[in-house]
Design a protein around this ligand. Structure first.
Ligand code: EPU
Length: 418
């Protein structure tokens, strides 16, 4: 168990360089097994979710080399063997092996995936898509055996634009016979990154980034080189930090369009910043206005930035309203923010009101999940005095070189074994 200890209240300035996107990388790594050659992926973040997926690759028989951000995967000799429960449940993205193994071997066997406990997170849309492509699914307790004599392109309409179901459908359908039309697909940049990666291997995918994706199946996928896009959630988290306690804090290696929904909210609050081609410079504003925020699929306001933003809303004057539409249990950070001095009412498990502005004081708190942990981190950096965050393993799943990046811009922060 590790703890993060922060002596808050410091002003941060300098530059934070954003790493490769966790939620893209965790899809590209399993996707690589579809290739009949060697795949190289650059800009892979050094986060623990990638370590967990690497363990699964090795378990299946792949050869993996990793140096700095470059990962080379040779999965030409792997077999589709059952993925045990401990590997399946380490993270949500383990279930991209379902789509990739099904696409390549027409057979996948694994357990229900893990991931942050922020809601029920069913996988029915993925299973529906597999069935429509011709797969048979045997479910026994939490174990899934998915097999097909052959996969055949189909017309698939997702009940909701699920990121996971969209990516899993791409992974299975690239090796199906004929054309798959996926409607109500997720439009997230991570989906586009996966489609580009598969197209680099020789897949024929068009429309990624819109709600209608067309996949023309192919029977061979070659080796390729691809890159992970910059992490828009890491970029957003540090941008929010800049609005909280930054003084000309530069956030670099970003795609500003990917955080447009956040930037427009910051503008509404009265925060000023300068956006360049691949970076932005942001400072905290002496007075910020309360706002209303509702999480939505891309390009709407991302649920993954909802909790980090709450730390900033405690510093806005007036009553902010925050509505979470994606997950039914993503306000576990609220009690800890209140412990630190915030004034937040939980109206329902989907809506909170943040009354600002309130001073925050350092306390001992818990990172209940990845983004709740990011929220506590931001609150601790703003608060006066000492904040101790427990269960920080959750945070390390998604933020590369967190401590180093924050120290370099002036934060007083350390990670210790508890
Ligand atoms: N849903 C269903 N059935 C399904 C799939 C999804 O009901 O078959 C529901 C979910 O329960 C949820 C909503 O649809 O309420 C959206 O789920 P989605 O499938 O889009 O999410 P995901 O693929 O499981 C990814 C990210 C999440 C991020 C969401 C939304 C990864 C590994 N995870 O999850 O990231 O919140 O998309 O953008 O890519 C995080 O990074 O902290 C994180 C939780």
């Amino acid at each position: 168990m590790k703890q993060i200890i922060i002596n808050g209240g410091k002003v941060l300035s300098g530059e934070i360089k954003i790493s490769g996107a966790k939620n893209s990388a965790v899809a590209l790594v399993p996707a690589s097994i579809l290739s009949d050659g060697i795949v190289k992926i650059d800009n892979i973040p050094a986060v623990s979710d990638i370590d967990a997926l690497t363990e699964t690759l090795l378990y299946l028989g792949a050869k993996v080399k990793r140096e700095d951000g470059l990962m080379e995967i040779d999965a030409t000799k792997i077999k589709s063997i059952p993925i045990p429960q401990n590997l399946s449940q380490k993270l949500r993205a383990s279930y991209y092996f379902m789509g990739a193994l099904l696409g390549k071997f027409k057979y996948a066997e694994m357990y229900f995936p893990g991931g942050c406990s922020i809601g029920a997170r069913p996988i029915d849309q993925t299973l529906k898509a597999f069935k429509l492509l011709g797969a048979n699914i045997e479910e026994n307790a939490d174990m899934y055996k998915i097999s097909a004599e052959k996969l055949v392109g189909a017309h698939i309409y997702l009940d909701m634009p699920s990121v996971g179901a969209t990516i899993n459908t791409l992974l299975a359908a690239v090796r199906a016979e004929g054309v798959t039309r996926l409607e109500n697909a997720a439009k997230e940049p991570e989906v586009v990154n996966v489609a580009t990666f598969l197209n680099n291997m020789g897949a024929k995918i068009t429309g990624a980034g819109t709600s209608e994706i067309k996949i023309v199946g192919v029977n061979h996928l070659n080796g390729c080189f691809s890159e992970v896009i910059p992490d828009r959630i890491e970029a957003g988290t540090y941008t929010i930090l800049g609005a909280l306690i930054g003084q000309e804090l530069k956030i670099s290696n970003i795609i500003p369009d990917h955080i447009e929904s956040l930037l427009s909210k910051l503008k509404e609050m009265g925060v000023s910043f300068i956006v360049n081609d691949d970076s932005l410079i942001i400072s905290s504003a002496p007075k910020m206005r309360a706002v209303e925020v509702k999480t939505l699929g891309y390009p709407g306001f991302p649920t993954d930035l909802q909790q980090p933003l709450t730390a900033l809303l405690t510093q806005c004057n007036g009553k902010s309203r925050l509505e979470e539409t994606i997950y039914e249990n993503r306000f576990k950070n609220v009690d800890y923010l209140n412990k630190m001095g915030a004034s937040i009412d939980k109206k329902t498990n989907r809506i909170i009101y943040v009354h600002g502005k309130t001073d925050l004081k350092g306390k001992t708190v818990i990172a209940t999940d990845l983004r709740a942990g990011a929220c506590m981190l931001l609150a601790g950096l703003k608060a006066s005095g000492k904040t101790t965050i427990n269960n920080v393993e959750h945070i390390l799943r998604g933020y590369e070189n967190l401590i180093e990046k924050l120290r370099a811009v002036g934060a007083d922060i350390e990670i210790v074994d508890a």
